[in-house]
Design a protein around this ligand. Structure first.
Ligand code: ZN
Length: 136
């Protein structure tokens, strides 16, 4: 019953991110990783990092087993919870700022400015940590 409700919500309340994830799965040629708590997929695009779209969490192959692998998984599960709560507002309120912030933080790695150190202090990233029970 819980699975039926999960997928009902994925294709109603969370429809925008579910459709976006399905499209990306085709373009990124993803492979299922594990179905423990949420659907998790891996891709080989080296530019994209980990990200969550509704029930789908995308990882890169080289993220698996990294020193922060457990934290990364829990953080992305936190984003999935945000998606469940925010529904159609997830993309504009979490995904879009997260993509922009991630790109800005990558620029920071080259310039040495302060943003990378504060990446998880933004409200949307901090809340993902709280919901995923990540202690940084
Ligand atoms: Zn995040």
């Amino acid at each position: 019953m819980r699975k039926i409700l999960t997928w009902f919500l994925a294709f109603t309340w969370e429809l925008p991110q579910t459709l976006f994830a399905l499209v990306l799965m085709v373009f990124l040629k993803t492979t299922p990783l594990d179905h423990r708590k949420r659907i998790r997929l891996v891709h080989s695009n080296s530019y994209l990092t980990c990200f969550s779209l509704g029930e789908f969490i995308f990882f890169r192959w080289n993220d698996i087993g990294a020193w922060d692998w457990e934290e990364t998984q829990m953080h992305e599960l936190g984003h999935s919870v945000q998606s469940r709560i925010l529904g159609p507002f997830y993309l504009p309120l979490v995904a879009l700022p997260s993509v922009i912030w991630n790109a800005m933080s990558r620029m920071d790695n080259r310039t040495g400015r302060w943003m990378a150190a504060n990446y998880y202090r933004t409200p949307w990233e901090h809340l993902a940590d709280v919901l995923g029970k990540v202690a940084r």
